[in-house]
Ligand binder design. Structure first.
Ligand code: ADP
Ligand code: MG
Length: 235
């Protein structure tokens, strides 16, 4: 029988340059993530792709040691790593899956609750969009943690996580009832950061008023911004 390393070599050879691919070994699903292939201006914006993947490996080890709900690192090389499968993206699951309504509500409630629990433990994700939150066997997982910013405080980063999380729901155009469920569950689990995030959003309300005259002609990103202010701040 082929070893895990042989299978991985084959997957690497067949998927040169692909950012993420999923493969199977002995009936288990794994994900291979490789260095980002950059085109044009990206070379200047993200100049050290190998360094970035090494940082991601280091961060994953750190998170795994602390039992944070994320994928387990199982193998790594200079410019790639392999993790265990942690299921389907919450964004897809809420929109077009055969899951029951009850389960969908449970998935979004748990996503908000787990994010609030991360923040209670002084951990931040960096960009917890619902496409980077997954669900497997009744458990929610966070993937693709961003680097911890050296320039902003934990207090700021937690509030930014909340805003990014909710913004991603408007962007994914999920039903507003799920957003309300997420709001209730985050607020219940971490009332302090919930209030701090709402206060930050209130301070940013001028953006909403600047954008308001364009509401009738607004496109997707701007519509998500209106949603964020209108639903969270009940405008
Ligand atoms: N361990 C994993 N389990 C389940 N899905 C995964 C896993 N790793 C990656 N994915 C899928 O691949 C997508 C891209 O992976 P991600 O790590 O977010 O790459 P990128 O940095 O390019 O955004 C994710 O949004 C998710 O759908
Ligand atoms: Mg991602």
């Amino acid at each position: 029988m082929q070893s895990f390393e042989d299978t991985l070599c084959q997957v690497l050879a067949e998927n040169k340059g692909k950012r993420v691919v999923c493969f199977c070994y002995e009936g288990q699903k794994y994900w291979l993530k490789q260095v980002e292939q950059q085109k044009g201006a990206e070379k200047f914006l993200k100049p050290f792709p190998t360094k970035a993947i090494q940082l991601e490996i280091k961060r994953l080890k750190w998170l795994n040691q602390r039992h944070v709900p994320t994928a387990q690192l199982v193998y790594s090389g200079d410019d790639y790593f392999v993790t265990t499968d942690v299921g389907d993206c919450v964004s897809q699951l809420l929109q077009n899956s055969d899951k029951s309504e009850d389960e969908k509500q449970q998935v979004i409630a748990q996503s908000a609750q787990k994010l609030a629990e991360l923040h209670n433990k002084n951990l931040v994700h960096g960009r917890p969009a619902i496409r980077d939150i997954t669900y497997l066997n009744n458990q929610v997982y966070f993937i693709d943690f961003e680097a911890k910013s050296l320039f902003s405080s934990l207090y700021y980063q937690k509030r930014r996580d909340v805003i990014v999380f909710f913004y991603s729901m408007f962007q994914a155009k999920i039903d507003e009832k799920y957003i309300h469920i997420a709001m209730q569950n985050y607020a219940k689990t971490n009332p302090e950061n919930w209030q701090a995030s709402l206060n930050l959003l209130k301070r940013l309300s001028f953006i909403y008023y600047i954008c308001l005259p364009f509401k009738s002609v607004a496109r997707s990103d701007l519509i998500s911004i209106y949603g964020l202010f209108e639903v969270l701040l009940d405008k």
